[in-house]
Design a protein around this ligand. Structure first.
Ligand code: ACO
Ligand code: OAA
Length: 383
């Protein structure tokens, strides 16, 4: 009776998996999320090992090519990425026209759309062409994100530097100062942890769009839209808004009680797949603690711990990656509304790996629904 005319009483219809919770919909070789062992593997490698020993560029290469690069491959890849970091005048001009009332995610979404619309390769969906588009988006997103943050601060664009690695250059373009090693490292760790997470909502969106044989840019634009929401990537900003509302650690428990009494979702907590804690949180929390020391902001860590403890006591719900990532980006000096675009800059690697995987083994994604509207009826004859 699925997808047929005529209402089906819920108790007689097929089982509905609301939100597709717990439903496997395809295979993937890109990453494995295992809530039982609380582990996350990118192409077989534990994400914690990657965060400890390789750069974000190497992780991007791994996600796209399936293997870590050797020295020659990495040098070639870095040269290619660094060559694409600049932003065309046309993209800057269109960004300039977007009102400052627009959220930075709308700016990123629009910029990717413009890049896609100006790329003569857009309709070419060969793996080579898609890899090329993915590398160009990966290289340009730091310019897009920092251009927007700086125009909101009434500051000039900072040109990318090809003598710096991805994360050092990102921070250079954001703040116009040579970043310190500790900050670069913490930022790189955040990029690695955000890069990929199997069939999350934005990646699934990208795969749905790809499944219609649409192009890579369209799939990335759709994924950005899905990531924007606070139940997904938008949560890293929402965490910081909550911290701002709470103020200090001693106010956390009362704030939480009030929020829960008003049935508010506490952003940065809970996860669809992990029910015993997010595999990435310990590594990101270490990075946060290093930034707390670096910027001498123990008060922020105290607030972090106070809210986490109160949430554990009241609901037994644990933090997800957005919880430590939000305050880390705050300490580095990013504006809160820029946090989710930072997530985009990282996740574009995972999205595009999935887009290529979907394209290589495609089936149109089109589930069924069960109709529960009015019974068949007829338009009254007039006159
Ligand atoms: C990188 C990422 O995208 S990670 C996710 C980032 N998102 C957030 O941090 C937003 C806050 N968290 C949430 O809204 C949810 O935990 C989600 C959307 C992430 C997962 O949702 P689901 O898998 O659908 O879990 P669900 O909503 O069924 O939660 C089960 C119960 O825990 C409650 N719950 C889950 N998370 C939270 C939360 N953050 N605050 C308050 N209650 C929560 C739900 O209200 C529900 O309670 P109920 O059974 O009494 O109705
Ligand atoms: O997997 C999910 O549902 C959300 C998430 O943690 C991510 O996309 O990183």
């Amino acid at each position: 009776m699925s997808d047929q005319q005529g209402a089906v009483p819920a108790e007689q219809g097929p089982v509905i998996y609301k939100g597709l919770a717990g439903v496997p919909v395809d295979y993937t070789a890109v990453s494995k999320v295992n809530p039982e062992t609380n582990s996350l593997l990118y192409r077989g490698y534990p994400v914690q090992e990657l965060a400890a020993s390789v750069t974000f560029e190497e992780v991007a290469y791994l996600l796209w090519y399936g293997e870590l690069p050797d020295d020659t491959q990495l040098a070639e890849f870095e040269e290619r990425e660094r060559g694409h970091r600049g932003l065309d005048h046309e993209v800057k001009r269109i960004i300039d026209e977007i009102p400052l009332t627009a959220h930075p995610m709308d700016v990123v979404r629009t910029a990717v759309s413009v890049i896609g619309a100006s790329d003569p390769q857009t309709p070419d969906d060969s793996r080579e062409a898609n890899l090329d588009k993915a590398i160009r988006l990966f290289a340009k997103l730091p310019s897009i994100v920092t251009y927007d943050q700086r125009r909101r601060r009434e500051l000039e664009f900072v040109e990318p530097r090809d003598d710096l690695g991805y994360s050092a250059n990102f921070l250079w373009q954001a703040f116009g100062e040579a970043p310190e090693f500790a900050v670069v490292n913490a930022f790189d760790v955040s990029m690695i942890l955000y890069a990929e997470h199997s069939f999350n909502a934005s990646t699934f969106t990208a795969r749905v769009i790809t499944s219609t044989l649409s192009d890579l840019y369209s799939a990335v634009v759709g994924a950005i839209g899905a990531l924007k929401g606070p139940l997904h990537g938008g949560a890293n900003e929402a965490v910081m808004h909550a911290f701002d509302e709470i103020g200090t650690a001693d106010a956390a428990a009362a704030w939480l009680d009030d929020a829960l009494a008003h049935k508010r979702k506490i952003m940065g907590f809970g996860h669809r797949v992990y029910k015993h804690g997010d595999s990435r949180v310990p590594t990101m929390r270490d990075a946060l603690e290093r930034m707390v020391e670096h910027y001498d902001r123990r008060d922020l860590l105290e607030l972090y711990v106070a809210l986490e403890t109160a949430m554990g006591e009241r609901k037994g719900i644990l933090p997800n990656l957005d919880y430590p990532a939000g305050p880390t980006y705050h300490l580095m000096g990013f504006d809160t509304i820029t946090f989710t675009p930072l997530f985009v800059a990282s996740r574009v690697t995972g999205w595009t790996a999935h887009i290529m995987e979907q394209a290589a083994s495609n089936a149109l994604i089109r589930p069924l629904s069960v109709y529960n509207g009015p019974e068949e009826r007829h338009v009254p004859v007039k006159g």
